[in-house]
Design a protein. Sequence first.
Length: 62
Amino acid sequence: MAKDPVCGMEVEPAKAAATSEHQGQTYYFCSPMCKTKFEQNPGKYLGKEEGGHGQRGHGHRA
């Protein structure tokens, strides 16, 4: 399992709704919306943005 870097949801790579490559690493997403958010500002979701508050979810229910 992989973790969606935007919302933190566990994603099975083979069934991911979307993927994105950043600096040689493939990231898996639960939805195209999470992929779009990630691609707009990868550092925010990878913990590399100064002053960031870490990951924030968008209301997924298990």
